[in-house]
Design a protein around this ligand. Structure first.
Ligand SMILES: Cc1cc2nc3c(=O)[nH]c(=O)nc-3n(C[C@H](O)[C@H](O)[C@H](O)COP(=O)(O)O)c2cc1C
Length: 200
């Protein structure tokens, strides 16, 4: 299989990191934004943007409120998918995998690295629940600001979600819609990768 250039290598996470590093100086905003897909109990899909915060040796991590719609859907299904798309590079990476929570020291560290107002915002927002008014939200922010003090702890309902992929597809735009696609699949999160070239 002639898998060379931007598709070369034995480690799909290294390829993902390299593509993101290439996109970073070119994208106007949030080169790490991913469209995250989940399904509800009826199999009805749901998608929204989140920020991909870590590409680990064998997984991807983003942060959110565990009580949010996505948090609940992931808790119930244990699965998620996402796509990372860069208009500047005309490339996408598609990922499907199994989820787990990251709510240990790694989540504490990321939470602590955020702006104080964002840390307090995480405490104040019951993400995805109905909100009466902006005023009510700001009152909640004022309340948690007093309660939590200058060094708030990470809320127990907020942290990381790690996606351990079973499938990763690297896609790059080709002339006349003859795109290049390589799909990496594995039977389990500890199994070896199989690589297949796909039709555009
Ligand atoms: C570019 C972008 C980045 C976002 N990043 C995050 C994020 O990292 N975590 C998060 O919880 N929500 C993020 N959001 C908000 C989500 O899209 C969404 O509105 C929210 O998480 C509630 O989704 P849910 O009701 O499906 O749980 C982001 C939105 C945009 C447009």
């Amino acid at each position: 299989m002639d898998r060379n250039g931007i598709f070369a290598g034995d480690d799909p996470f290294a390829i993902a990191r390299a593509w993101l590093a290439e996109a970073e100086p070119q994208e106007p905003n949030d080169p790490n934004a991913i469209a995250l897909a989940t399904v509800d109990a009826d199999g009805m899909p749901n998608a929204r943007m989140v920020l991909l915060k870590e590409i680990e040796a064998d997984a991807f991590v983003f942060y959110t409120n565990y009580g949010s719609k996505k948090g609940q859907e992931i808790a119930a299904s244990g699965k998620a998918a996402f796509v990372l798309h860069w208009k500047s590079l005309r490339r996408q990476i598609r990922v499907r995998g199994l989820t787990e929570r990251e709510e240990g020291p790694q989540a504490d560290e990321y939470y602590a690295s955020r702006n104080l107002k964002s840390r307090l915002g995480a405490w104040a927002s019951r993400q995805s629940e109905p909100l009466v008014s902006r005023t009510a939200l700001m009152a909640e922010v004022a309340k948690v600001t007093v309660e939590q003090g200058p060094i708030p702890k990470r809320p127990p309902f907020w942290g990381g979600i790690r996606i351990r992929p079973l499938e990763i597809e690297f896609w790059a735009d080709g002339q006349f819609r003859l795109h290049d696609r390589f799909r990496w699949t594995r039977d389990g999160t500890a199994a070896p990768w199989q690589i297949t070239r796909l039709n555009p």
